[in-house]
Design a protein around this ligand. Structure first.
Ligand code: HEC
Ligand code: HEC
Ligand code: HEC
Ligand code: HEC
Ligand code: HEC
Length: 423
């Protein structure tokens, strides 16, 4: 008895020791692997730099391998991206020169749009993750780029080669706070996204900066939401299944998707109900370019936490709730007068996105299911009641979920006339 007990203990002891050795060994191997990755990339860079310099008739003294980082207290950033992307702010390392030297310009050349993006935002005051997101401290490419499960805010793109900066313009809004500047500073995708949001009645269902409907989730800080906080909890299985079932127009049934936030939004904009079963959000049929712009806008909806010295609010008005108050596309008065009342009502029905919530036979895009179908509404309601309702639904029926759409008296009347004219 005694003997076996002793043996048990010593066997256990040996196992424990072995386990410890293994853990240390594995840790060491992982550490070495990580070390090797950035060292290899940097070696390649220095070799490329020599070739480029030789071709340009310059001389550079070879540098020693070293981890490189920029630390910016005010922005709370410690970024090691330049450990691998060493040439990012070197004016000599042009795309052409690096390509001629036989190296990958995406990794080793100077930053695209160099004069603006590096010239106006120097590395030692702006770092990289300020515009890109990703994991600044990491020393492997995969971890740094952030499309890994333990990192919630990957680079502003998706997990496909050459598409990792697809939505990078979202970052411009952090500091260039005035949307009317976006086009001018070259953030054209971001500007386009905002326009699409204004033109498609998103605020009839979503609150944005305090204003809007309550049918869908508040979009004010949607760019800050962790994947798990999205309405459909970022479930990818339903999406993959829906793809196999052919529920996404233009997407092949064997198409493979990566589990990243941008891809979730992309599929959601294509077909909300397939991603989030039972969703009342309409499938708008946006083009790829439009979805790209929309997602850029989505990622820009973040709390701003940069010091005032970094803000570039521009000459004109402050941020304002510009998004919340769509600049109603005012048709020129002369043009409106020329059209008869019935078709003006139809035009407004489209412009105010009534069809996102109501179905109506024969009206293009009127497929919504949030409110009642409006076929034959003239049989139960007269034009005067409808005009009053449309102007301010809550005044007629307190607590109603139909939002107040900010219609003028004339607009309410025109739509009411259109509704009763449809048999
Ligand atoms: C002011 C914002 C900003 C800063 C700061 C910034 N980037 Fe970028 N970066 C962008 C944008 C926007 C793009 C996409 C440009 C495009 O598609 O034309 C981009 C593209 C890139 C690319 C893609 C290159 C290619 O040819 O496709 C790399 C690599 C890159 N950035 C690395 C970095 C690194 C490393 C840093 C830090 C030293 C950095 N960036 C800092 C905004 C920025
Ligand atoms: C360990 C080296 C390493 C580090 C650290 C690193 N990168 Fe990269 N990066 C690469 C390599 C290698 C590529 C080429 C594509 C690939 O293999 O992923 C690349 C590609 C890129 C691209 C172009 C992607 C594309 O194809 O569109 C961008 C943008 C970029 N990196 C930004 C960053 C930023 C921002 C950081 C810091 C958060 C960073 N990288 C840190 C090695 C690194
Ligand atoms: C962290 C804050 C910050 C971010 C993010 C940022 N910028 Fe800037 N940007 C500035 C500041 C501050 C200046 C003024 C620099 C100066 O005057 O030297 C500036 C200047 C500029 C300028 C020069 C014209 C002007 O208005 O002064 C352009 C163009 C520009 N940024 C484009 C962009 C684009 C495009 C992006 C997104 C890819 C971006 N910026 C992201 C802070 C930022
Ligand atoms: C008819 C009402 C309606 C309209 C109009 C509408 N949505 Fe939605 N939206 C919803 C509902 C309901 C959800 C929640 C269910 C889901 O995930 O689809 C939602 C979800 C979302 C989500 C995911 C939010 C989260 O936190 O999970 C985004 C992003 C979004 N909508 C953006 C938009 C944009 C941009 C527009 C305009 C182009 C728009 N929506 C128009 C009803 C609407
Ligand atoms: C965000 C979704 C939404 C939008 C946008 C919307 N509605 Fe509604 N609507 C509803 C809901 C929900 C009801 C039912 C309200 C109730 O009974 O409390 C309703 C009710 C109505 C009714 C009353 C039906 C009845 O007989 O009681 C009419 C008429 C109507 N909507 C017309 C419109 C028109 C025209 C527009 C565009 C100018 C519009 N709606 C935009 C959601 C919406």
């Amino acid at each position: 008895m005694k003997f076996t007990k002793k043996l048990d203990l010593s066997v256990l002891g040996w196992f424990a020791l072995l386990a410890c050795v293994l853990v240390v060994l594995l840790g060491f191997i992982a550490f070495k692997e990580e070390n090797r990755e950035w060292k290899n990339v940097q070696k390649q860079y220095f070799a490329t730099e020599q070739k480029v310099a030789a071709a340009q008739g310059r001389e550079v003294t070879p540098s020693a391998l070293a981890l490189k980082q920029v630390m910016i207290k005010d922005l709370g950033r410690v970024d090691r991206c330049i450990t691998c992307h060493v040439g990012i702010d070197d004016p000599n390392m042009t795309k052409q020169a690096v390509t001629d030297a036989g190296a990958d310009f995406k990794v080793f050349a100077q930053h695209p749009d160099f004069e603006t993006l590096m010239g106006k935002h120097p590395v030692d005051t702006f770092a990289c993750t300020t515009c890109h997101q990703g994991q600044g401290l990491a020393t492997t490419a995969a971890d740094a780029h952030g499309f890994v499960h333990k990192w919630d805010f990957p680079m502003l793109g998706n997990n496909h080669k050459d598409e990792m900066t697809k939505y990078a313009q979202a970052s411009c809004a952090t500091c260039h706070t005035n949307p009317t500047d976006w086009e001018k500073i070259g953030a054209n995708k971001l500007a386009m996204g905002r326009e699409i949001v204004n033109d498609n009645g998103c605020v009839s269902c979503h609150k944005i900066e305090g204003k809007g409907g309550i049918v869908g989730p508040d979009l004010t800080y949607i760019g800050d939401k962790l994947p798990s906080q999205l309405h459909a909890a970022l479930a990818f299985e339903p999406i993959k299944e829906a793809i196999r079932e052919g529920k996404f127009e233009g997407v092949a049934k064997d198409h493979h998707i990566h589990d990243d936030v941008a891809t979730w939004h992309d599929m959601h904009f294509m077909n909300p109900a397939a991603v989030s079963p039972g969703s009342a959000m309409p499938a708008y049929g946006f083009t790829e370019e439009e979805r790209e712009a929309l997602i850029t806008w989505i990622f820009a909806q973040k709390k701003r936490n940069v010091p005032a010295s970094y803000l570039k609010s521009g000459a004109s008005a402050p941020v304002a709730a510009a998004v919340a108050q769509p600049e109603a596309k005012q048709a020129e008065p002369a043009k409106v007068a020329a059209v008869n009342a019935g078709s003006k009502g139809l035009e407004l029905f489209g412009a105010k996105s009534c069809g996102a919530c109501h179905a109506m036979t024969g009206v293009p895009g009127a497929v919504g299911a949030v409110g009642p179908k409006l076929d034959g509404i003239g049989k139960t309601r007269d034009a005067a009641w409808l005009a009053k309702w449309l102007k301010d639904p809550a005044a007629v029926k307190p607590g109603t979920t139909m939002p107040t759409l900010g219609l003028s008296d004339d607009e309410s009347k025109a739509i009411a006339e259109f509704l009763v004219s449809k048999k």
